[in-house]
Design a protein around this ligand. Structure first.
Ligand SMILES: [Zn+2]
Length: 93
């Protein structure tokens, strides 16, 4: 089986947090995290961002356009794993 790329991880991260990945994909996801500090940081940020989006959504009527948008905006504002990797490299001198 092929290794996950950072891009694939980004696409799977919400399913991962929902527990919606099958066992094999979840294994590959975690395998990538163990070798990629950028994506590990990214996952931590997405967890926090998701909690924030959940709380934001609670104040909106379910099914409204804003309900979906709230999550999208919060999640889209997160730095990508590549950006996080650059930050980590700059710090870790
Ligand atoms: Zn990665």
């Amino acid at each position: 089986m092929a290794d996950l790329t950072c891009q694939e991880l980004v696409e799977l991260v919400t399913d991962y947090l929902d527990g919606a990945l099958d066992e094999e994909t979840a294994d590959r996801f975690e395998q990538h995290l163990s070798v990629c500090p950028g994506c590990e940081t990214y996952l931590g940020q997405m967890k926090e961002a998701r909690g924030f989006a959940m709380r934001a959504r609670e104040s909106l009527p379910k099914g409204s356009a804003d309900y979906t948008k709230a999550t999208d905006i919060v999640l889209a504002s997160q730095p990508t794993p590549q950006e996080l990797k650059q930050m980590t490299q700059q710090q870790g001198g």
